[in-house]
Structure formats: structure tokens, C-alpha cells
Design a binder for this molecule. Structure first.
Ligand SMILES: NC(=O)c1ccc[n+]([C@@H]2O[C@H](COP(=O)([O-])OP(=O)(O)OC[C@H]3O[C@@H](n4cnc5c(N)ncnc54)[C@H](OP(=O)(O)O)[C@@H]3O)[C@@H](O)[C@H]2O)c1
Length: 280
């Protein structure tokens, strides 16, 4: 799938920035960072160009907590005739409190799950005309074992970690479901657990949650660059040309919670997500 033309979300920090840099080192690669803040995007692009000498690194703006912002980005992207053959849904948040987005969804669920669901579905046609193509969703081993459809928005009860775990399970289910829909399309869809990293992911936490998470990541976390090398492998290795619908821990295929393989749940979540994102 060379040359790589990649759109990566969350390329302004942590794993996303390290992966954008790693991909930018590949011959003729073209990297587009999708971020919400102009200054942070410019800084990231400038750092990556400086470090790699690859001038084909750029950014586009979208706030993934806003479906309107995602739609406006995709519209402009297509109007410009831009295309990609690699989509990495990497951006993610943890939120201490239950914050509702402008669309009325709980922030963690909106950014970590609904945003990649919407963005990917809106970009599928661009990927289809540039096959072979790959989609990689950055999930986490820290995901729920079950799904409460009456609490997707944290409306019954909310905890930062439960909201995060739910969003990551939903992303894994989405990955598997999309891979089935894209069988024989020459687009593979996989998800990736990067391991426990030293990044800024805990910035939305507060109090003991934040102290505990920061201390643990300081002691046990690995550098984002290590996980970026694994994610780059998933993104470009010919070993994975025909591998789709899988969950990877690092470079190793693994199994998420059993519920991720439940067809009834997967179809229910898909249909609901179409409604929540205005796609149906
Ligand atoms: N860190 C870990 O131990 C770990 C473990 C498993 C999985 N993960 C997953 O790895 C991925 C990357 O996280 P990280 O650890 O690298 O964390 P990070 O350093 O905090 O990076 C998160 C990225 O997401 C972006 N982002 C957040 N909200 C956004 C929004 N509304 N619109 C657009 N972009 C937004 C951030 O942009 P700004 O710079 O604008 O804030 C940032 O670039 C996440 O999906 C995370 O859940 C992390």
C-alpha cells in the first residue's frame, strides 16, 4: 500500500504524534494530522517535518467532540480532492466528570467512540477508491466486559474509568462489525491496544484518579515511541495485507472481552450508532 497517505487523529500528543512521526519516516509517505487546536497542530507538524525531513506532513482541523465539526472537515477534505489509504482513529480522552458535548453526548463516549464511528463511515468511500487500504482503531485492554445500552451516556451512573472502558469496548465492537461489512473490499479494519503508556491521557482526570494514574504510568508506562513502532507495523506491514477484524496487543493478535464477538449486540450497537451520528 505504498505510498502511504494517512489521516491520523490525535496527532498532537502521545501515541498519535509518535506514530505520525514514525510514518513520516517511510518513503513518500504523506501524513495528515487531524486535530482540534491550530497551535498544537502547527507545532506537531513542524516537529515532525524537522525530525524527518518529510515536507508532506500537514494538518486539518476538527473537534472530534462535535459531529458538525467532523462533517465539515470531511466535506472540505473531499471538496479538495484529498484521498487516503490509511485511517488511524487514535484520539482519545478520559474525563473526570460527566460533560455533555454540544450534541448532547457524554464526552468520553462521543470522542472515543461516536467520533471514529462517524469519521470512518464518512471516509469509507474515499478509502474504497484507494485500495488496498487500512483502518486501525486505537482501543485498549482497559475495556468493559459488558455493555449497558441504557447507560451509554452515563445517564444512570458515571465514573471516569467506566465511561472510558465502555467507549473502548464499543470501539472494538465497531471494528469487528465494520470488518465484516468490508469483507472483500480490500480495506482491512483492525484494532490495537498499545499497552500502558507515559502520555497525557490522564489530563482530563482530577484528584486521586489523576494522581494514581500518573504515578502508575510513570512507574509502569512505556514510551509512546515503542507503541508507535507497533502501530506503524500494523499500518504498513505486508504480513497483515489480508488480516482484518482482529484485536492486537502490540504486534500480537489477541482476544478482547467475549461480548465483542456477540452478533446481536454488535448489530444493535451499529444501528444505534447510525442514529446517534445522524447517519440513518
Ligand atoms: N496512554 C495509555 O496508557 C493508553 C493505553 C491504551 C490505549 N490508549 C489510547 O491511545 C490513544 C492515544 O492516547 P495517548 O495516550 O497518546 O493520549 P494523549 O497524549 O492525551 O493524546 C490524546 C490525543 O487525542 C486528542 N484529542 C482529545 N480530544 C480531542 C477532540 N475533542 N478533538 C480532537 N482531538 C482530540 C488530543 O488532542 P489535543 O492535543 O488537542 O488535546 C491528543 O492529540 C487514545 O485513544 C487512548 O485511549 C492509551
Amino acid at each position: 500500500m505504498y505510498p502511504i497517505k494517512c489521516l491520523i487523529t490525535g496527532g498532537t500528543s502521545g501515541l498519535g504524534k509518535a506514530t505520525a512521526l514514525s510514518l513520516a519516516k517511510l518513503p513518500s509517505s504523506h501524513i495528515i494530522i487531524l486535530g482540534r487546536d491550530k497551535n498544537r497542530c502547527e507545532a506537531s507538524v513542524s516537529d515532525i517535518i524537522h525530525a524527518t525531513g518529510n515536507n508532506l506532513v500537514e494538518y486539518r482541523l476538527a473537534d472530534l467532540s462535535s459531529q458538525d465539526s467532523i462533517r465539515r472537515f470531511v466535506l472540505k477534505f473531499k471538496e479538495d480532492g484529498a484521498f487516503i489509504n490509511l485511517l488511524i482513529n487514535n484520539a482519545g480522552v478520559m474525563c473526570q466528570k460527566r460533560i455533555l458535548t454540544a450534541d448532547g453526548y457524554e464526552m468520553t463516549f462521543a470522542v472515543n467512540y461516536l467520533a471514529p464511528f462517524l469519521l470512518t463511515n464518512l471516509l469509507i468511500d474515499s478509502l474504497k477508491i484507494n485500495t488496498p487500504a487500512r483502518i486501525i482503531n486505537v482501543a485498549s485492554d482497559f475495556h468493559s466486559q459488558e455493555i449497558d445500552f441504557d447507560n451509554l451516556n452515563g445517564e444512570k451512573n458515571f465514573s471516569p474509568f467506566n465511561a472510558y472502558k465502555l467507549s473502548k469496548l464499543a470501539l472494538i465492537i465497531f471494528t469487528f462489525q465494520l470488518s465484516k461489512k468490508l469483507l472483500n473490499s480490500n480495506i482491512t479494519v483492525n484494532c490495537f491496544h498499545p499497552g500502558f503508556l507515559k502520555t497525557n491521557i490522564s489530563r482530563g482526570l482530577a484528584g486521586l484518579y489523576k494522581i494514581g494514574f500518573k504515578a502508575a504510568s510513570f512507574i509502569f508506562g512505556k514510551p509512546a515511541e515503542k507503541a508507535a513502532s507497533d502501530l506503524t507495523y500494523l499500518a504498513v506491514s505486508p504480513d497483515l495485507n489480508n488480516v482484518t477484524g482482529k484485536y492486537f496487543k502490540g504486534r500480537v493478535e489477541s482476544k478482547p472481552a467475549a461480548i465483542a464477538y456477540n452478533n446481536q449486540i454488535s448489530e444493535k450497537l451499529w444501528d444505534l450508532s447510525l442514529k446517534l451520528t445522524g447517519l440513518s
